[in-house]
Design a protein around this ligand. Structure first.
Ligand SMILES: C[S@@+](CC[C@H](N)C(=O)[O-])C[C@H]1O[C@@H](n2cnc3c(N)ncnc32)[C@H](O)[C@@H]1O
Length: 284
């Protein structure tokens, strides 16, 4: 096993080759900045931890992430269009894309898109026999035509975007009317006991195990910080509405460790121009 010094030297070396992030940001307490600089740092972070990402994902979540992913796919409503084209944004090593493609009765294709090439490369072995197409691209500037997907998913990706609202607007643009966006993301549990246990695990144990196994000095300290700094479920739902989604609902998983948001694009395709009226919210 490499020493910490050797690993950090390797990390610094790959940063130099990319030439996007100054050396000093690769420290235990580094935190991605805002704006375009943040995107470059996040891309580099995931490129560096890609070799150990899957192992740590399943280990640190005690494999619960697999159950959450299945639940997210259930919410997509893909049986309404089983032969359709679907998009998994921030797909990483392609787990969620694969989960959808493997559903019994699914006869469509899934595009898995991510801007960190090494993450996609790690996932290639999982999709040799399933209809998944990996694409390297930015979730905030998607290389796809408007209204070209029947549905979209994003697992643990929105929190990493430099501008989540821009990501939601792009997701809305590429969806067909009636298509759903399903977002699976970490949250901080609302109940005091669960919250205390979760914060202990997330702040103390996870960063240590993550650093030890990944050899990355700050990736797994960034994870709890990014969850703490992320909007709560209702604020996130509001952001999705602001991006044009007509119907947005959400629910918590595993006592609030994670949440699933389900947003639907209006069938009339003129969100923002046509107001949705209900008896509770009459025209005024
Ligand atoms: C925590 S991983 C989640 C991977 C996968 N969805 C999963 O469920 O395991 C976050 C992923 O989002 C990707 N990502 C972050 N910002 C992105 C952006 N602006 N465009 C595309 N991918 C992005 C990262 O490269 C990384 O692979």
């Amino acid at each position: 096993m490499k020493s910490n010094g050797a690993r950090e030297a390797a990390a610094r070396g790959s940063g130099k080759a990319e030439g996007v992030v100054p050396r000093e940001t690769v420290s235990r307490d580094a935190d991605p900045a805002e704006g375009p600089e943040r995107a470059a740092q996040v891309r580099r972070l995931f490129s560096e931890i890609a070799p150990r990402y899957d192992l740590l994902n399943h280990l640190l979540s005690l494999n619960i992430d697999r159950i959450w992913r299945r639940r997210a796919i259930r919410e997509l409503g893909w049986p309404r269009d089983p032969g359709g084209l679907y998009l998994d944004l921030c797909t990483g090593t392609l787990d969620l894309a694969r989960e959808l493609a493997l559903q019994r009765g699914f006869a469509g294709r899934v595009v898995g898109s991510d801007f960190a090439f090494p993450m996609l490369a790690r996932g290639l072995g999982k999709i040799s026999e399933v209809p998944v197409d990996p694409v390297c691209g930015d979730a905030q500037l998607l290389p796809f035509a408007s209204e070209s997907f029947s549905g979209a998913t994003v697992g643990f990706g929105v929190r990493n975007l430099s501008d989540p609202a821009a990501g939601f607007r792009e997701a809305h643009r590429i969806l067909r009317p009636g298509g759903r966006l399903v977002v699976l993301e970490f949250t901080v549990p609302p109940g005091p006991l669960m919250r205390a246990a979760y914060l202990l695990y997330f702040n103390r144990i996870l960063p240590r195990v993550g650093r030890w196994i990944s050899g990355h000095s700050w990736a797994y300290s960034y994870l709890p910080r990014s969850v703490r700094n992320f909007p709560g479920p209702e604020a996130l739902a509001e952001m999705m509405r602001g991006a044009g989604f007509a119907e947005v609902r959400w629910f918590l998983l595993s006592r609030g460790i994670a949440a699933i948001h389900v947003a639907q694009k209006n069938s009339c395709g003129a969100e923002g121009k046509v107001r949705q009226m209900t008896a509770e919210q009459p025209f005024a």
